[in-house]
Design a protein around this ligand. Structure first.
Ligand SMILES: [Zn+2]
Length: 63
């Protein structure tokens, strides 16, 4: 799931317990709290949200 922090920025959170302590190993992400794997869908959704947030909240990065 995606959590939106008080600044409006998206954070990746666990689908199972909702915590935001995610251990991102190579190619995989697991929740620190309950140990469940974060789904690829959730990661993809987070990445889209992060790109969207960056596009609307910061000037374009040089390079
Ligand atoms: Zn969890």
């Amino acid at each position: 799931m995606i959590f939106i922090n008080p600044h409006g920025a998206p954070e990746l959170a666990c689908d199972h317990c909702g915590c935001r302590w995610v251990d991102r190993l190579k190619g995989k992400a697991c929740c620190y709290e309950c140990g469940e794997e974060i789904s690829d869908d959730a990661i993809a959704e987070f990445q889209r949200a992060a790109v969207e947030y960056a596009a609307t909240h910061s000037p374009p990065a040089a390079g």
